[in-house]
Design a protein around this ligand. Structure first.
Ligand code: DLL
Length: 433
């Protein structure tokens, strides 16, 4: 059995008891083993034994990405450095990277939650999985690897890149499951067509895509292209890597493994919990980790959450697809813009490809300019110029309608925008803010 039916289908009041029990132990553990947390808990008057119920979690201080950077590299570890068996690093663009460490027990926990993730997506023991997430310091490749091993799958440890080889291996070994970023799944389809392979003939039946934002429209595109069921997997290095939450085959929200990762949704400005179903920032407490357990970690990812039981039978709360990030939100002329809003518009317009880039610039003493580069079908470029102009005007009008700011639209030929084998870069902000 590779899922945990007991915890995943447990009535919520029983689950609360499990969580309360873990939280009490966690507070004692970090208080005893980490100076930073001890000082912070002292500041708010919390001692070992003070927290006995999960509802008291709101008394605990938040942990932020800035803390991860400030106490880099080992300052937030609760386990001894020499008891850390593996280190991973989160991709970041500025300052110190975010470093996380796993004890042997943490690796076992990761294996278990990733096995549960694979099972939630519909994997069965004996299935072949092609892991095309990057291996190495990034958590994607190895996280999937540990989970697949635990779940009894047959692993093709490809890592990302070498697309021709990925396709050949797929054709020869016939894996049923593919794990990679959603943008890489689309990139591989372009390459397949160029090699004369019809993507719909692929052996993949289930895709487990994540590590970057993608919309439901992009899901439809991937499902049509590959004739595959595309599920969403979410996670972050600070919490464990992939394996925090995963869609089941109903694709109706991501089941969060809340017996070990306690979720809260807060208003990012006030820090208060929001009502069920409302959008807010996902905050997670790692209830059972040893290496670098985190109290109330602010993910900066915006989601909503429901406690309603799922049609699959799981009772574990479900979070929505990531709707944006509190920090990736671009503020242009005072208006909040999320790349996902633009993606949604583009995917609704026939003839556009889901490849786009948003370039923001600010000339001296001028207003911010937003230019959206959009790839369109080759066919359009061979049509009359009038058609191109019409398309560009339509995209501009629809995006402006959604964002309420003026934008420039530049249509470009397929393959103009740089492709990524890992996380794609959707926004280029040239302003020196
Ligand atoms: O991306 C872990 C991962 C690997 C998840 C493979 C899924 C699959 P980080 O590099 O630390 O870890 O980046 C974490 O990526 O806070 C989100 O903003 C974003 N992210 C991850 N999964 C999704 C998703 C891995 N399914 C950051 N949808 C997170 C949207 C996602 N954004």
């Amino acid at each position: 059995m590779i899922w945990n039916e007991e915890f995943e289908c447990m009535p919520l009041d029983e689950l609360k008891k499990v969580q309360s029990n873990y939280l009490e132990k966690l507070v004692d553990y970090v208080y005893a083993n980490n100076e930073v947390y001890r000082a912070r808990l002292d500041q708010v008057g919390i001692k070992p034994g003070s927290i006995t119920d999960i509802s008291q979690i709101v008394k605990l201080p938040f942990t932020t990405k800035m803390d991860m950077r400030d106490y880099y590299p080992y300052g937030l570890f609760s386990a001894k450095r020499e008891d850390i068996r593996e280190i991973h690093v989160s991709s970041g663009t500025t300052g110190n990277p975010t470093l996380v460490g796993y004890t042997k027990e943490d690796i076992q926990l990761w294996s278990t939650v990733m096995a549960r993730t694979l099972c939630c997506a519909g994997a069965e023991p004996g299935d072949i999985i092609q892991i095309a997430y990057g291996y190495g310091l990034f958590t994607g490749g190895l996280g999937f690897h540990y989970g697949a091993l635990e779940a009894g799958l047959t692993i093709l440890p490809m890592s990302s890149g070498q697309t021709k080889r990925q396709l050949k291996i797929m054709q020869d070994f016939k894996p049923r499951i593919l794990g990679c970023t959603p943008s890489y799944a689309l990139y591989m389809a372009d390459e397949a067509r160029e090699l004369g392979i019809d993507p719909r003939d692929s052996s993949w039946e289930i895709g487990i895509f994540g590590a970057e934002p993608w919309s439901d429209s992009m899901r439809n595109e991937i499902e049509d292209t590959w004739d595959i069921m595309a599920t969403d997997v979410y996670g972050l290095s600070e919490i464990i890597g992939p394996g925090v939450s995963q869609e089941c085959t109903y694709k109706d929200g991501l089941h969060i493994f809340s017996d070990v990762f306690y979720p809260e949704i807060i208003d990012p400005d006030t820090g208060e919990q929001v009502a069920e179903g409302e959008d807010g920032e996902l905050v997670i407490t790692t209830l059972t980790k040893q290496g670098i357990p985190l109290l109330r970690y602010r993910t900066r990812d915006i989601v909503s959450m429901t406690n309603e039981k799922c049609r699959c039978g799981r009772t574990s709360p479900r979070v929505s697809k990531i709707k944006g990030r509190t920090d990736d939100m671009i503020v242009v002329r005072g208006i909040n813009v999320f790349p996902s809003q633009i993606e949604h518009v583009l995917l609704g317009i026939e003839g556009t490809c889901p490849h786009y880039q948003i370039v923001i610039d600010r000339a001296a003493h001028k207003l911010d300019q937003v230019e959206i580069m959009v790839e369109v079908d080759q066919q359009l470029f061979s049509d009359e110029i009038k058609k191109l102009n019409e398309m560009s005007a339509r995209i501009k009008k629809e995006i402006e309608g959604v964002l309420s700011i003026g934008v420039k639209v530049k249509l470009v030929e397929p393959k103009t925008i740089e492709r990524s084998m890992g996380k794609s870069q959707r926004v280029i902000d040239k302003r020196n803010l």
